[in-house]
Design a protein around this ligand. Structure first.
Ligand SMILES: [Fe+2]
Length: 221
């Protein structure tokens, strides 16, 4: 757990890591959610507050900065919830990708901001060419490859540029910080095999907080 040993809101919601830096960002999300109805404008308005969190030091506990050998994504990749809104409208989480490891190709299904806190990542973004009518199939082609260093970040506004994978190219684990408008690790989203053209539903799960049981199967992660 990276909940710093305190008792928190039930079932891993609320501030799992409670620091002034995280509170400042979540307060700003609440402010822009009240005042800016359009996703694109709201994400743009959040950029300064997000940059400030990435630039700040000593707010991410070591317990939320470590690989996870029980990872559902493989490769020791760990996803730690830092803040989760009850009802699933917002999550702040850290993603730890060990040196040389790569995530599956995946989507996010929510607007948000993603940036590098430690290390360096190569990101490969895919463009989808089919119409999505077959839930098991996707035709993807590479749209962009780029390298992201500490402090660099990008906006997500699905469906544009929502399918990607990242690989750590620093010799230490990369840690990226995600602010997304869903309960990212608990919702059913998709992993893709671009070579086979296949799509698989998946839930990545948090290393430090349980997901609500799946409505259809009761599966707990
Ligand atoms: Fe991602």
């Amino acid at each position: 757990m990276c909940d710093m040993g305190h008792h928190h809101d039930h079932e891993g919601f609320g501030f799992l890591v409670d620091t002034p830096e995280i509170r400042a960002l979540i307060d700003e999300v609440a402010r822009v959610t009240r005042t800016i109805p359009a996703d694109a404008e709201r994400v743009h308005a959040l950029r300064p507050a997000f940059a400030k969190l990435l630039a700040a030091e000593n707010w991410l506990p070591d317990e939320c900065s470590r690989p996870d050998d029980k990872s559902r994504m493989g490769g020791g990749i760990a996803q730690y919830a830092l803040y989760r809104a009850e009802g699933g409208s917002l999550t702040l989480f850290s993603l730890v990708v060990p040196a040389g490891a790569a995530t599956p190709v995946h989507d996010h299904l929510a607007w948000g901001l993603v940036g590098i806190y430690r290390g360096r990542q190569d990101e490969t973004v895919y463009r989808r060419l089919d119409d999505g009518s077959d839930p098991a199939r996707a035709t993807l082609e590479i749209a962009e490859r780029r390298t992201l260093d500490q402090g660099e970040f990008y906006s997500l506004l699905p469906p544009a540029d929502d399918i990607h994978f990242v690989k750590t190219v620093s010799d230490t684990p990369s840690i990226s910080i995600h602010l997304l408008a869903n309960d990212t690790a608990c919702i059913w989203r998709h992993r893709f095999d671009p070579d086979l053209g296949s799509v698989m539903p998946f839930r990545s799960g948090y290393a430090n907080a349980p997901c609500p049981p799946d409505e259809a199967t009761g599966e707990k992660i």
